[in-house]
Ligand binder design. Sequence first.
Ligand code: 4AD
Ligand code: MG
Length: 437
Amino acid sequence: MDELNGWRRTHYSIDLTPNCDGAEVIVFGWVASIREQGGITFLILQDREGILQITIRKDEVSPSIIKKVKGLREHSIVAVKGRVRSIEKAPHGAEVIPKEIKILALAQKNPPFKLFSKTQPSLDKRLDLRAVDLRRPVNRAIFKIRHHTLAAIREFFLKEGYWEVNTSKIIATATEGGAALFPILYYDKEGFLAQSPQLYKEQLTMAFEKVFEIGPVFRAEPSRTLRHLAEITSVDMEEAYVNYEDVMMTLSKLTQYVIQALQTRCENELKLLNVKLETPKLPLKRYTYSEILEILNKEGEYVKWGEDLPTPALKILGEKLPEFYFITNWPTSSKPFYIKPCDDNPEICEAFDFMYGSIEIASGGTRVNSKRLLIKKLKEQGLKPQLFEYHLKLFDYGMPPHAGFGLGLERLMMVLTKRENIREVTIFPRDRLRLTP
Ligand code: 4AD
Ligand code: MG
């Protein structure tokens, strides 16, 4: 095996075009394929950005190079120092004639799937070797889109004057209902992994007014589905002096901003995934919870007023509403204690879900900012106000009216990349059965 020593990359694969003809370059990557044809060896080198042809001809390279690449297995890591030659038939119109090749790591085994094949083994098999699986062009595309989605989300919030914050992921009490918590041993006490930064982001409106947080949250989901994981990336925002109407508009603009960014920054990746992203027109469609029940009823799916929407109901919405939309005015009893009931009808509340077809991407709403009402609502939901003392006491020092949302990044990625299984858009997914890699 060779050492890296002083070699450093001069170009990524796709940067080498006919314009570079004659240039001396150093490229790194893994072997995507290697084949011999009429005495010439074609080594296709792949890096993060794409592929590059390395052409090894007896009359052009030293015999030691030919010996070195003989029997080289796919996925081995190589470095090539050589000269670029423009050639029409090669990818992006250029090949590299090596002067020197280093083998930096030898692949010992062939993985149970091919990089470029259309047919693939089960997702589980691929997840077991996830970092290798990520070398497949489809995955490169998905995660490049994720990278640019996150960048665009940050840009949007910074542009709109939000401060980025991080709150603790080790918490003392549940905020989104007790069932989905992971308990942990916190020294000699019981603690939990955070299900949401909910109460912390609300508290931060007291001092910072407009905040956002992008971070992990944990849900001990009891069942295994195509859209639930035990650990997700949550995009949260919270803002003082606004209500759920303002927040829905902010979320709509954020969605539009992200999609427009992806249209220009990830054109090739979207094409590879066969996805056409249309810029949604604002304002986005809105349905009240009661209107959604009517739509479902017409389709023969009866949901009792007050209940959450069950899976068969969501399936119907997937067919009837294949677009971004909001469901507003939920029954107060179906939403967490911190959501503000409507002033004119406390049976319903100022909450919304942000949807695409059958997929819930985000939930949000206006928050309760009266201490008395918050205590009453905690009790109504069977929670002990004493456990929330650390939060409730802040209300004695002026809690501004505020509102916000929490968005599941993986759910958004499912929609943006048109993937059915949330695991496809998660680098290292966690569910009931998977704790590695
Ligand atoms: O709807 P949820 O539970 O709402 C909250 O956490 C509130 N604190 C938000 C707020 O500001 N009012 O979770 C927010 C989003 C969901 O809409 C969904 O996209 C995602 O997080 N989510 C999950 N995604 C994948 N797997 C899971 N187990 C998820 N649980 C929630
Ligand atoms: Mg929700």
